[in-house]
Design a binder for this molecule. Sequence first.
Ligand code: BDR
Ligand code: CA
Length: 325
Amino acid sequence: MKKIIIDCDPGIDDSLAIMLALNSPEVEVVGITIVAGNSPVTMGFHNAKKILSFLGRLDVPVFVGADRPRVREYVNALDTHGEDGLGESFLPEVPGQEIPDKTAVSFLRETLKEGGVSVVALGPLTNLARLIDEDLEAFLSIERLVSMGGNFRSHGNCSPVAEYNYWEDPDSAKVVFDTLYEHHGRIEMVGLDVTREIVLTPEILDQMKKVNSVTGDFIEKITVFYFKFHWEWEHIRGCVINDPLAVAQFINPNILTGIEAFTEVETSGISMGQTVVDSMGFYRKESNAQIFTRVDKKTFWEMFLTRILGITQSEYKERFAQFFT
Ligand code: BDR
Ligand code: CA
């Protein structure tokens, strides 16, 4: 079992990623840290608790981190995720859940220093940049850093060139990428080039409800709003579920393939939040990032659906394989 901390901003697809991680025997989620992103941090904290309660895993500790980006003004994504950050499912808050005194950064620092712990980051990189400010050694102890964010050849989702997590806090993303470069580290960047390929369609959701009505109905409650958003803005039937792909990549590093390249994040102007990927080696700089460009969709969906629905591979083949030919 590999130990991971999930740093996230739940968030509809963050919730699906948490569900995947907690149903995966290869990983032990030692904690969840919340960052301001899709939803404000306090809302993100309570949303994480709602998901953990649904999974019967309130034993997993949740810590609250940065409530705003490093430099620029905070812009949430409640237009995408609904006014409650969970697709306007309006699930009740889990009673008796107090925000712990220990901050996300303190938890990251203490836990990472034990060694052998990875981070799967599913939101803006504000908490990680703060960790770099406070304790570089702890940041450099991260075993693997997998981040959902950025884009290379695919267009952005907040501007023509920028993806939300890095656009929301470009300065923190830059600190993380630059620090890795300086210290010969590496980030696994699961960007829109690959996550856009992962579309939960109404047909898949219908089948999920038939196979496991408890989980299927729950996922329907939190994704209906997301479906509507995708149809209105991108004319996609269904919704792109970005974050679970980062968890899947952590578990099975063969799901995604791509290139190694020096990458820098732009922090201002019309390109704010863009990941400038030097795929041609113009800058003659050592790679600090693995940039994924291709995804094995079948393997992803088999992992995701068998695990969150608790079905066997043969049940999966019978019910779902038709969707992923
Ligand atoms: C990312 O932004 C958020 O809306 C999602 O949770 C995901 O992490 C996609 O751009
Ligand atoms: Ca997210």
